[in-house]
Design a protein around this ligand. Structure first.
Ligand code: DX5
Ligand code: ZN
Length: 241
């Protein structure tokens, strides 16, 4: 399949964000240092509360603990309900971007403002069955749109192909917004991203890629990240996948 070329997307603008959900939690500092040394652009930090999603993971204390180990942005993905109480704690713990699910907040506009007021970039996350219409009236407060390509809660699930259509729709909204305002919004994808599907996902419009098991499940993180970048280079040059 010929891959579409995105004139505004260059390799420098593709971000690979390993999810530490699949890392060895007994040596998290070493794991994040290693994955950044291997070429990671962001660290993706999955926060699950056993209410909004049926799993329980890590909180602000762990964010604060890994912060001194890496210089790259920490991309916090909140799968929690309610959201607002915990936002300042993550900002203090060194998060750079804080994203949440519209279903987790009673007042989406307020939560977006709260995140930005604490000096972080604000992201809105869309589950496979959640409509992008939540973006309609808040684009000015959104710095990142995160499309879930699995149902949230667990690493290691398979990519849901319908996410490609949603990415195309989100890309169209983001491009139209950029043409109108000049402001860039990141388009990130999360769930089941691997070396063998990342090019197709990028061609659908994603510029930032969360990958947990694909990276931390392997011994050689650099080999995986290099292979992902090689696939992304095909998209940039408009080559065949
Ligand atoms: C799922 C998480 C993802 C997950 C990705 O709820 O938000 O970030 O860890 O893991 P993989 O890449 O293994 O699907
Ligand atoms: Zn995530």
């Amino acid at each position: 399949m010929p891959l579409r070329r995105y004139p505004h997307t260059s390799m420098a603008q593709f971000h690979i964000a390993p999810s530490i959900l699949s890392a060895d939690f007994s040596r998290l500092g070493e794991e994040v240092r290693n994955v950044v040394a291997a070429g990671a652009d962001w660290i993706h930090f999955d926060v699950m509360d056993n209410h909004y999603v049926p799993n329980l993971t890590i909180g602000p204390l762990v964010c604060e603990a890994i912060r001194p180990h890496v210089d790259v942005p920490i991309d916090v993905h909140l799968m929690v309900r309610p959201v607002d109480r915990i936002v300042p704690d993550f900002a203090k713990a060194g998060a750079n971007t804080i994203s949440f699910h519209p279903e987790g907040s009673d007042h989406i506009d307020r939560t977006l403002s709260l995140i930005r007021d604490h000096g972080c970039k604000a992201g809105l996350v869309f589950n496979p069955a959640t409509s992008l219409n939540y973006l309609d009236h808040v684009m000015d407060k959104v710095d990142l749109v995160l499309i879930m390509s699995v149902n949230p809660g667990f690493g290691g699930q398979s990519f849901i192909p319908e996410a490609l259509n949603k990415l195309r729709e989100a890309r169209a909204r983001i491009d139209a917004y950029r043409d109108r305002t000049g402001r860039e919004i990141h388009l990130e994808v999360d769930g089941g991203v691997k070396v063998d599907n990342i090019a197709e996902i990028a061609a659908a419009g994603a510029d930032s890629f969360v990958a947990g098991s694909a990276i931390f499940g392997k011994h050689d993180y650099k080999a995986v990240i290099d292979a992902m970048r090689a696939e992304l280079a095909k998209v940039e040059s408009g080559a065949q996948a």
